[in-house]
Design a protein around this ligand. Structure first.
Ligand SMILES: *Cc1c(COP(=O)(O)O)cnc(C)c1O
Length: 388
C-alpha cells in the first residue's frame, strides 16, 4: 500500500511528447511555446493579456509592482492562503494586513472587508491593493469586492492559484472583469502544471507592458519605447529594475498541452467532489460549500470537523488518517501566525474565524487520477478515524 497524496499532477503521453519536441527544437527559452501558451490561457479565460512567469509567486510580485505597491502602502489579503499571497507585498516594501474569512466559504469575508475599510478610511491608511484568494478554486464574491474597490479606490489582484477552470457567475475565473490582475499557479498540485510556473492576466495594456518588462530585467528592444536613438542593431535598453522571472519553452509546451485537458480535469474533480459530498453526508463534518452560480475548480476538498460531535481531537483524526496512508494536509495555518509574521507584530486573535477554521480543517485527497476505489479507501479511513 502506498500513500494516497492530497493532490498530484496528471501527465499523459501527449504532454511528454510536447516537452520532447521543445527539447529537440532550437529554443528552450524565449521561443514560440511561451506566447502560444499565454494565448491559450488568455483565450480560455476571455482576457486580453497573459504573461507567463516562473511561478505564481513571481506573478504576484510583478503584479504588486505594476500596481505601484511600495513603502507606505498597505496591501490586504486573506489569512487562509499560502504565504506567497502576503509575501508579495513585503517584497515591494509595502505593509501587509489580513481580512478575516467567511466561515462557510473560507474566502475573504466581504462583510469583514467592508468593516475594516470603514475603519481604515478614518485612520487614513486605506489599502492600495486587496488580494482576494479563490480558496480551493471557489471564486470570492468579486462583484461585491469590486463595488468596495470603486468606493474606496483600491486595486484588485485575484490570487486564482487554485482556480483556473473555475467559473464565477457563468464566466471564467481569470477574465479580470472585476479585478485589475489575476494570477494562476502551475505547480504540480494545482489544476494544470508546468512543473513550476505561473501567469499574470490583465485587460490593461499598460499593466501588461509593465509586467512584461519586470519579468525580464526591465529590458526592451521595442523601437517605439527606447529612451535614446539606437547605437546599432545590437541595441536594447533597461528601462526599469526587473528580474528574470521568465518561464521556459519546455514548461510552456507542457502547459499548452495541459490546457487542452483542463476541462476534463475540472470535470473529474467535480465528479469526485460530488461523490465525496454524498459519501460523507452523514459524518460529523462539514463538506465544502458550493455557490449556485459558481463552479469551483476544486483544487482542494476541505472538510471541517464538527469537534463537539466527536470524542477525538482534530490532531487525532489527522494522525489516524496519515497512519492509514492517506496523505491529508492542512491548507492553511493563518499566514500571520507564521513565526516570520509574528515577528512583524501580528498576534493570535487577529482573525478569529480563520483561527477557528485552522483548528478544524483537513484537506483530503482530490486529483483527476484519484480512482473511485482510492476514494472509498479515504472515506473508510475517515470513518474509522472519527470513531472513538
Ligand atoms: C500555490 C500558491 C501560490 C504560489 O504558487 P507558486 O506557483 O508555487 O509560486 C500562491 N498563492 C496560492 C493561494 C497558492 O495556492
Amino acid at each position: 500500500m502506498s500513500v494516497i497524496p492530497y493532490g498530484r499532477q496528471d501527465i499523459d503521453e501527449a504532454d511528454i511528447e510536447a516537452v520532447i519536441d521543445v527539447l529537440r527544437s532550437d529554443f528552450l527559452t524565449q521561443g514560440s511555446a511561451v506566447p502560444a501558451f499565454e494565448k491559450a490561457v488568455a483565450d480560455y479565460c476571455g482576457v486580453e493579456f497573459g504573461l507567463a512567469v516562473n511561478s505564481a509567486t513571481s506573478a504576484l510580485h510583478i503584479a504588486c509592482l505594476a500596481l505601484g505597491a511600495g513603502p507606505g502602502d498597505f496591501v490586504w489579503t486573506s489569512p487562509i492562503t499560502f504565504v506567497a499571497s502576503a509575501n508579495c507585498a513585503l517584497y515591494c516594501g509595502a505593509k501587509i494586513d489580513f481580512v478575516d474569512i467567511d466561515p462557510s466559504t473560507y474566502n475573504m469575508s466581504v462583510e469583514a472587508l467592508a468593516k475594516k475599510l470603514a475603519v481604515a478610511e478614518k485612520q487614513r491608511h486605506l489599502p492600495k491593493i486587496v488580494i482576494p484568494v479563490h480558496m480551493c478554486g471557489q471564486s470570492c464574491d468579486m462583484a461585491a469586492i469590486k463595488k468596495l474597490a470603486d468606493q474606496y479606490g483600491f486595486k484588485i489582484i485575484e490570487d486564482a492559484s487554485h482556480a483556473i477552470g473555475g467559473k464565477y457567475k457563468d464566466k471564467p475565473v481569470g477574465n479580470c472583469h472585476y479585478g485589475d490582475i489575476t494570477v494562476f499557479s502551475f505547480h504540480p498540485v494545482k489544476i494544470i502544471t508546468t512543473g513550476e510556473g505561473g501567469m499574470a492576466l490583465t485587460n490593461d495594456p499598460q499593466l501588461a507592458e509593465k509586467m512584461g518588462d519586470l519579468r525580464s530585467h526591465g529590458v526592451t528592444r521595442d523601437p517605439q519605447r527606447l529612451a535614446r536613438k539606437p547605437d546599432g542593431p545590437w541595441y536594447y535598453e533597461q528601462l526599469s529594475l526587473g528580474f528574470n522571472y521568465r518561464m521556459t519553452d519546455i514548461q510552456a509546451a507542457l502547459g499548452l498541452n495541459q490546457m487542452q485537458r483542463v476541462d476534463g480535469f475540472i470535470a473529474r474533480r467535480l465528479e469526485l467532489a460530488t461523490r465525496y459530498d454524498q459519501l460523507l453526508a452523514e459524518l460529523s463534518l462539514t463538506t465544502p460549500w458550493r455557490h449556485k452560480d459558481n463552479i469551483s475548480a476544486f483544487h482542494l476538498y476541505i472538510i471541517r470537523l464538527k469537534l463537539d460531535e466527536i470524542d477525538r481531537t482534530h490532531k487525532d483524526v489527522f494522525e489516524a488518517l496519515r497512519e492509514n496512508e492517506i496523505g491529508v494536509n492542512l491548507h492553511y495555518m493563518p499566514v500571520y501566525l507564521q513565526p516570520y509574521y509574528a515577528q512583524l507584530g501580528f498576534k493570535p486573535g487577529h482573525c478569529p474565524k480563520a483561527e477557528r477554521y485552522y483548528g478544524e480543517a483537513i484537506s483530503i485527497p482530490l486529483f483527476p487520477l484519484l480512482t473511485n476505489e482510492q476514494q472509498d479507501q479515504v472515506v473508510g479511513a475517515l470513518k474509522g478515524a472519527l470513531k472513538c
